[in-house]
Design a protein around this ligand. Sequence first.
Ligand SMILES: C[S@@+](CC[C@H](N)C(=O)[O-])C[C@H]1O[C@@H](n2cnc3c(N)ncnc32)[C@H](O)[C@@H]1O
Length: 379
Amino acid sequence: MTETANNANFIFASCQAGAEAALRKEIPANHPELKLAFSRPGFVTFKVDVENRLPDRYTLKSTLARTSGWSLGRSESKDASEIITAIIENAGDVLARADVIHVWERDRKIPGAGGFEPGVSVLAEEAGKQLLAAMKATPEKFKKEPVLNRSAKPDALVFDVCIVEPNQWWYGFHEVNTTAGRWPGGVPMFDTDSDVVSRAYFKLKEAILWSGLPVSEGDVCAEIGSAPGGACQLLLEMGAKVIAIDPAEMEPEVLENPNLNHIRRRGHEVKKRDFRDVRWLFADITMVPNYTLDTVSEIVAHDAVNIKGMALTLKLTNWELLDSVPAWIKRVKDLGFKHVRTRQLAFNRQEICLIAAKDKFVLRSAKKKASPAKASPRG
Ligand SMILES: C[S@@+](CC[C@H](N)C(=O)[O-])C[C@H]1O[C@@H](n2cnc3c(N)ncnc32)[C@H](O)[C@@H]1O
């Protein structure tokens, strides 16, 4: 980093509430130079080894971290204006250079529990507005006017505030060098209030936004584990032709779409030649990850099949399964998918998303193309 005087000694990472114990294991395993410092559900900090410092602009090797940055400290008070005064006093120089301010609350519930969905809360938005107003009141110090809780551009300097408790805010910064780093708290910003068939709509939408998988109009997609149909609903909205594979019933509104063909079977029971026109393969099966991987392996390894990319939901029936992520990645790479990435999406529950592409240009060129639409799950 050229402009920011970075003498921070800690980094922060946000994750799903309940994933922090696994994150506390995962990060030091991938980055021995980081040692656990502070942990609350959904928010963890690590001390950086000064002898073996992370580069200023680092990319965290982690499936579970939603976003991460340098931590400049925390401020506590029942009075938000006192917290803001302390932030301005302690981190005003970084704040003055920020292009974007991201203010978010740590998650307190599992996504989907009791109607909770991740994203910027009313409290966080208000806190951000208060911070901006305090900055405006001292124009001699803050000459730039950063935007609040918007998607940041690549390379932008983001000032982060995580409301860990309403009276305890942690603050820091990051420079955007990943797609999720553009979003407040690493959560993509889309409407979760409109009507969708199931939460899988949000999961797939986030998976596409994060990975850039370029599903385009007319593309043939297959989803194994498709009922009741939220993911298919999204694919249909994107103009895809969809083969929905599930022994369970699909929602009528998805079923009646002429671009959807429902095969009421289990994945491995479908004839391999039925996949011959399929470009993108999706799987969201309520089974252990190796079952899902066995099912898709049989399909993609078949001579008649030429699948370009996959998005797989792998269920973590226990957090220890995370230790198998490298083996899962290897399995998929051995199938000819050179580019494989894993992430616990903000809209995932106790599961992760694995994205695989045969050609790296598939994911790169995708960013401009894929722009899935709107969306709350029913029931
Ligand atoms: C989490 S739900 C899928 C949600 C779905 N993707 C959506 O968009 O609404 C899991 C589904 O996996 C299905 N399933 C379980 N084993 C399967 C198999 N071997 N092949 C296909 N579907 C399977 C179940 O019937 C269930 O509908």
